[in-house]
Design a protein around this ligand. Structure first.
Ligand SMILES: C[S@@+](CC[C@H](N)C(=O)[O-])C[C@H]1O[C@@H](n2cnc3c(N)ncnc32)[C@H](O)[C@@H]1O
Length: 264
């Protein structure tokens, strides 16, 4: 991972209702510790993959499929690693969705943009297997998926300034304070997005949790690397299929909060 500046927290509270978004002021030492913990894999969904037995091997169902695991790129039983590396090294535009769930958004978007390469991360193995079956059945050839925690995988695999668009749609809020470490958005995560987005690249975020949107806006707009949220940037996404959660929100008349930030 590239060297990142110290965390720049301000004592700010987004406490509303059940959600606690209080961020404490950190000393420089505490900031460094926060980054070290993050790099060491604390809070990763499913635990640290480096500790899993046979972490260097792909599961049989993923062999020679558009599926990858960060630690298993050199598994010689399949051609996954070689093909994935070649795609990543190409100059095709790249879009990444984090937490694709059922995969409806990507399964619609990848065929719409055949010139673009897509990567989807989803830590739920069952959902990832189902998605793999769907994308193979649909004959989609510009989409790779992984069940790795994106916070483990992206620093290790994605070159800096490689990503054109990050889609982060309806991430889990992780309401309870003791679960906050699992919540996707934190200052180190915003640093990671800033490092991987190319200048002019887009961060596309949606949530039905108003306070989560406010937190994301606070964290992203506090960084010089991003321009302020601009709703007009929705045009860069164009037509899309709603995710499972967005579809649920539409059916239940629940408001959706969408944010668009450009990497300067
Ligand atoms: C609330 S669900 C939303 C799924 C889908 N985006 C939708 O809108 O229906 C959030 C998903 O993100 C996945 N997820 C959470 N943290 C993740 C991480 N660090 N890396 C990859 N996926 C993650 C979860 O497993 C979960 O399926």
């Amino acid at each position: 991972m590239p060297q990142t500046p110290p965390l720049d927290y301000h004592a700010t509270s987004f406490s509303q209702g059940r959600m606690d978004f209080t961020w404490e002021e950190l000393t420089p030492e505490e900031s460094q510790q926060a980054y070290a913990d993050w790099e060491a894999g604390k809070g990763l969904i499913g635990g640290d993959p480096r500790r899993r037995p046979n972490a260097h091997l792909l599961p049989p169902w993923g062999l020679n499929q558009p599926f990858f695991r960060t630690l298993a790129l050199d598994d010689e039983r399949g051609d996954n690693g070689a093909r994935f590396r070649a795609d990543l090294a190409s100059d095709r535009p790249l879009e990444v969705e984090i937490g694709f769930g059922r995969g409806d958004f990507l399964l619609d978007r990848a065929p719409r943009h055949p010139e673009t390469l897509f990567i989807g991360y989803e830590t739920k193995i069952k959902a990832t297997r189902l998605m793999l079956q769907r994308l193979v059945r649909l004959g989609i050839e510009n989409l790779w998926i992984s069940d790795d925690d994106c916070r483990f995988s992206m620093p290790r695999l994605l070159p800096d300034a490689r990503v054109d668009i990050f889609h982060i749609l309806f991430p889990d809020p992780w309401w309870k304070p003791q679960h906050k470490v699992k919540r996707l958005f934190s200052p180190p995560f915003v640093d990671l997005l800033a490092a991987k987005l190319r200048p002019g690249g887009l961060l596309h975020f949606k949530s039905d949790v108003k306070e989560y949107g406010e937190l994301v806006r606070y964290l992203v707009e506090g960084r010089d690397e991003f321009s302020p949220h601009d709703p007009a940037l929705a045009a860069r996404i164009g037509d899309f299929a709603p995710t499972h959660r967005e579809h649920w929100c539409m059916r239940h008349d629940r408001p959706v909060y969408a944010y668009y930030f450009v990497r300067r």
